[in-house]
Ligand binder design. Structure first.
Ligand code: TPP
Length: 553
């Protein structure tokens, strides 16, 4: 059948089950937009390409499917760059499609030409420029396969206008031939044997679980492992929700703003079982002092992570779900002893607290209230800063894909468009973006998108009138010299109303629960401006370059 390149693209997307695209049009993408006009693909027009890519990323993290975004060439393509890097750092399956100038105009500094495959080479798992329409169908399939298998990640497909507008006789075929791309699945027997031995010899095991558990849907295996070994579980920011935080073995988050008991447990354990993690510096603190007494078993799909940041004694490359099942087949249940008692004592002695005092709302209390009012069932996204860490610490995550945040890149402006993507993926659920007054101003324009598509996303702004995390570092590390970290925002109630959404300003504790309930009940997007204690800090805090047991607070 004669089809245009754009029709082949749409047809392939549908065949792959990709029925939702977040995008923004422009000249070089017009053939694709024209084909979308007749298709039943759900396209959401955002107000900025960065909004589109973060929404696709949030959609992917909430649903487990590949997120798809679409932009035109030049400025449209470069506006995707932050979002692509964000997805790359957090291993999110994403396909970004960009329009490009016609092949005959390439390399001539043509109007709106940028070398987007060159620009995104270091921040994509793979990328393509399609120079021949006959390659298009195959490339789309490859892109989805690469994005979603092995260690997930973003793939970019750049399509010149003559390719999307061109025509050919097209017969879809599902054949994939990618020699050299073979993500490992099973762990090697010899290494598994070493792992069994290390486990048998250990007295004080700890599990350190990351986002890889969630990508691999290995949360049940993780729980079984923890319960079999009675090993306490600390998670990374990306791993929140992989292990139920209301479980007695949960240590919450570890690292720079981790719980005291998680960090103490890491410092004293004699075996660390690291699952789907990458030993980020926000987790390890001073690398030489990380888990100083422990043998380290590292299980991860990406062999390149083995020994990258930290020495590992037993590196097992494989799909974490498959490898955990291999281990669980042979592990025997253990009994509680002195180690479990010690950890339980730490948990009692050093709980995460909300200290009274000051003359504004306490952000920790607001987040606990969001937990109460949503019965722990909400999908939470965040921006980046202090509020992100409070959201990580004070909401109790019990399910995978319930906490969605920019971990690796730390992208301010991520949370709100991501929440839009999450709400599209989970239309029946309550979605909250926990935001800072700095971050929310980075992609606030997407309120118009939320209004257009009737997405009742709730935004809870922790408004301290500062770029709070920057201010905290200036307070603690730069002698309170608050250089350019104080900033004012707009009247958020009026702003919400200008977009047709609902807005509230909250200054008194007694109002918090009522406003949250009103927001949850509302079928509209809601902006809540919580005026918080201005100089509240995130504690505990491991200053950069210090060991985990050198925490402040
Ligand atoms: C795009 C981007 N620019 C700069 C930063 C550096 N940065 C990290 S946290 C932060 C302050 C965030 O302030 P706000 O959103 O108000 O949140 P708060 O820390 O007050 O909760 C800044 C500027 C960043 N992470 N991302």
């Amino acid at each position: 059948m004669k089809m245009s390149g754009a029709e082949i693209l749409i047809d392939s997307l549908k065949e792959l089950g990709a029925d939702t695209i977040f995008g923004y049009p422009g000249g070089q993408a017009l053939p694709i937009y024209d084909a979308l006009y007749d298709s039943d693909i759900n396209h959401l027009l955002t107000r900025h390409e960065q909004g589109a890519v973060h929404a696709a990323d949030g959609f992917a993290r909430a649903s487990g499917k590949v997120g798809v975004c679409l932009a035109t060439s030049g400025p449209g393509a470069t506006n995707l760059v932050t979002g692509i890097a964000n997805a790359y750092m957090d291993s999110v399956p994403l396909v970004a499609i960009t329009g490009q100038v016609p092949t005959s105009m390439l390399g001539r500094d043509s109007f709106q030409e940028v070398d987007i495959t060159g620009i995104t080479l270091p921040i994509t798992k793979h990328n393509y420029i399609v120079k021949d329409i006959r390659d298009l169908g195959r490339i789309v399939k490859e892109a989805f396969y690469i994005a979603s298998t092995g260690r997930p990640g973003p793939v970019l497909i750049d399509i010149p206008k003559d390719v999307s507008a061109g025509e050919m006789d097209y017969h879809p075929n599902g054949f994939l031939d990618l020699p050299g791309y073979n993500p490992p699945r099973k762990g090697k027997e010899e290494l598994l044997n070493q792992a069994f031995k290390a486990i048998a010899q250990s007295q004080r095991p700890v599990i350190y679980a990351g986002g890889g558990i969630i990508s691999a849907a290995a949360h049940q295996e993780l729980r079984k492992l923890a319960e079999t070994l009675l090993a306490p579980v600390a998670t990374t920011l990306m791993g929140l929700g992989s292990f139920p935080e209301d479980h007695p073995l949960s240590l919450g988050m570890l690292g720079m703003h981790g719980t005291k008991y998680a960090n103490y447990a890491i410092c004293e354990c004699d075996l660390l079982i690291a699952l789907g993690v990458r030993f980020d510096d926000r987790v390890t603190g001073k690398v030489e002092s990380f888990a100083p007494h422990a043998k380290i078993i590292h299980i991860d799909i990406d062999p390149a992570e083995m020994g990258k940041n930290v020495r590992v004694d037993i590196p097992i490359a494989g799909d974490v779900k498959v490898v955990l099942n291999q281990l669980l087949e042979r592990l025997e249940a253990r009994l509680a002893g002195a180690w479990q008692e010690k950890v339980a004592r730490w948990k009692k002695e050093y709980p995460l607290e909300v200290k009274a005092g000051g003359n504004g709302l306490k952000p920790q209390q607001i987040i606990r209230e969001i937990y109460q009012q949503t019965a722990g069932q909400a999908r939470i996204t965040t921006e980046v800063g202090q509020h992100q860490m409070w959201a990580a610490q004070y909401y109790t995550y019990t399910k995978p894909r319930s906490f969605i945040s920019s971990g690796g890149l730390g992208t301010m402006g991520y949370g709100f468009p991501a929440a839009i993507g999450v709400q599209v993926a989970c239309p029946e659920e309550t979605v909250f973006d926990i935001a800072g007054d700095g971050s929310i101003q980075m992609n606030i324009q997407e309120l118009a998108t939320a209004m257009d598509y009737n997405l009742p996303v709730n935004v809870a702004i922790m408004n301290n009138g500062y770029l709070g995390m920057v201010r905290q570092w200036q307070e603690m590390l730069y002698n309170r010299r608050y250089s350019h970290s104080e900033m004012r925002g707009p009247d958020y109630v009026k702003l919400a109303e200008a977009y047709g959404a609902e807005g509230y300003q909250v200054t008194r504790q007694e109002e918090v629960a009522d406003v949250l309930q009103a927001a949850i009940q509302s079928r509209k997007p809601v902006l809540m401006d919580f005026i918080i204690e201005r100089e509240e800090n995130v504690l505990p805090f491991v200053p950069p370059g210090k060991a985990l047991n050198e925490m402040i607070g």
